[in-house]
Design a protein around this ligand. Structure first.
Ligand code: GDP
Ligand code: IMO
Ligand code: MG
Length: 442
């Protein structure tokens, strides 16, 4: 029995969805614990592509219970649309396979309106958010002004809360941003409707997890975004509004840290970022364009082209520390095929000093230039590799370099978008108890 957390080690879109789908086979429960529909997790199963924003990526497996934890911010319209889309594809989402925490905060129309209005007002210094209302919803949660799932189930409570909240939100929307105010009656109607639809799914996630854990079941925690988008540890203010690191799996679902056994960090074989913010190893040239094209690097949520660059191990090493990673899953190695020479960033040159961690100050990070090590590339197609021995020598060297620089073993190697295009060296569900899981220097 093991409880495994999956997190992104870069700026999101590392391939978390694919790895969660793959490992969900061994899990009994799959839990989202932070973020919302800013996430876009793509799965390719039997040649069919699925993109999930809110539903945990384990949903395609039968007989599993997927959970949405209290740390998530939930847009009910988006969730219901995802449920309906899955239903049309023959996979019905019912209270048997989906549980939503009563404590989960709800994204309201004014959150989306404020997100968009704020970005518009910021102009050139905009964060480049997904515009889904994520930040404003987390703000209201922390300000103790939020609406949670249980509020949708009680019309008197929702009506009273909405009246008070809308008074303030409409004042800001109208007078500060010059945007149209929102009508309480329509919102109340719409959200009470969502409440009725979601009522059978609402329950106590923490309690279910305790039962699952005590019963020796396997739990998989699905992170969204990436470590460097973390509200505390990321490239602030160009971050998302939740804690994306592994510790957040505990607060965001209601389970204690002693129950965790492994933390798998997903590393894309190069680096991408969507939205604004510093990106030291970014390639603003043909090589970056090549990675975007071959890697299909366009946002799964907003369709924006992703910024691309070389693998930055300063970024990955910070993630090893911040998440206590016990293993790495390396994705999209196949995208590097055919590139004659590869570069790995091993440190930064920052105003004449060598840095081996991501600096806190934005101006310092913007001044960082990566120190690269060059590696020979390979020409072989990796798409059919299914074991370590199928990999070309230079691919093995690239993987070993990542292990040496990070001090963490690569447990999973992904060589294509589909479930089967994977080499599993070590399955995190077979790792034993948490006491054995410390990252080792190799
Ligand atoms: P997530 O947000 O971390 O789940 O990642 P996304 O789904 O947003 O982006 C990863 C993209 O890469 C998706 O389109 C996946 O289908 C695709 N992908 C995942 N692993 C691989 C891989 O090993 N090779 C290739 N070529 N594509 C992959
Ligand atoms: P997955 O789970 C990549 C980025 C946005 C923006 C910043 C803040 O698919 O890896 P927000 O809407 O969260 O307030 O935007 O965070 N961002 C992501 N980038 N992948 C994601 O999720 C992201 N979720 C948010 O582009 O720069
Ligand atoms: Mg994504």
């Amino acid at each position: 029995m093991a409880n495994v957390i999956i997190v992104g080690t870069q700026w999101g879109d590392e391939g978390k969805g694919k790895v969660v789908d793959l490992l969900a086979e061994q899990a009994d429960f799959i839990v989202r614990f932070q973020g919302g529909n800013n996430a876009g997790h793509t799965l390719v199963v039997n040649g069919k592509k699925y993109i999930f924003h809110l539903i945990p990526s384990g949903i395609l497996h039968k007989d599993k219970l997927c959970m949405i934890g209290n740390g998530v911010v939930l847009d009910p319209g988006v969730l219901i649309e995802e449920m309906d889309r899955l239903g049309e594809a023959g996979l019905s989402v019912t209270p048997v396979n989906l549980l939503i925490s009563l404590y989960t905060h709800i994204i309201m129309p004014y959150h989306r309106a404020l997100d968009l209005a704020r970005e518009k007002k910021k102009g050139r210094s905009a964060i480049g958010t997904t515009g889904r209302g994520i930040g404003p919803c987390y703000e209201d949660k922390v300000a103790r002004n939020g609406i949670r799932v249980h509020d949708l189930l009680d019309s008197a409570v929702l009506s009273e809360k909405l009246t008070v909240i809308l008074d303030e939100k409409n004042f800001i929307l109208r007078n500060y941003f010059g945007e149209a105010p929102l009508g309480p009656a329509e919102i109340l109607d719409e959200y009470l409707g969502y409440g009725e639809r979601l009522r059978p799914f609402a329950g106590n996630v923490s309690q279910q997890l305790q039962k699952a854990d005590a019963g020796g079941r396997n739990i998989l925690f699905e992170g969204a975004q990436g470590t460097h988008l973390d509200i505390d540890h990321g490239t602030y203010p160009y971050v998302t509004s939740s804690n994306t690191v592994a510790g957040s799996a505990c607060c965001g679902s209601g389970i204690g840290p002693t129950r965790m056994d492994a933390v798998l960090g997903i590393v894309k074989a190069y680096t991408t970022r969507v939205g604004s913010g510093p990106f030291p190893s970014e390639l603003l040239n043909d090589t970056g364009e090549h990675l975007r094209k071959v890697g299909g690097e366009f946002g799964a949520t907003t369709g924006r082209p992703r910024r691309c660059g070389w693998l930055d191990m300063v970024v990955v090493n910070s993630s090893v520390r911040l998440n206590g990673l016990s293993g790495l899953a390396l994705t999209k190695l196949d995208v590097l095929t055919g590139m004659p020479m590869l570069k790995i960033g091993v440190a930064y040159n920052c105003r004449g000093s060598r840095l081996e961690l991501v600096p806190a100050e934005l101006a310092a990070l913007e001044a960082c230039e990566p120190v690269f090590e060059e590696m020979p590339g390979w020409d072989e197609d990796l798409g059919k590799a299914r074991s370590w021995t199928d990999l070309p020598q230079n691919t093995k060297k690239y993987i070993k370099a990542i292990e040496e620089i990070s001090g963490v073993h690569v447990h999973i190697i992904s060589v294509g978008p589909s479930r089967d295009a994977t080499i599993i060296i070590k399955n995190p569900f077979n790792e034993g108890t948490h006491k054995e899981h410390t990252s080792r220097k190799i």
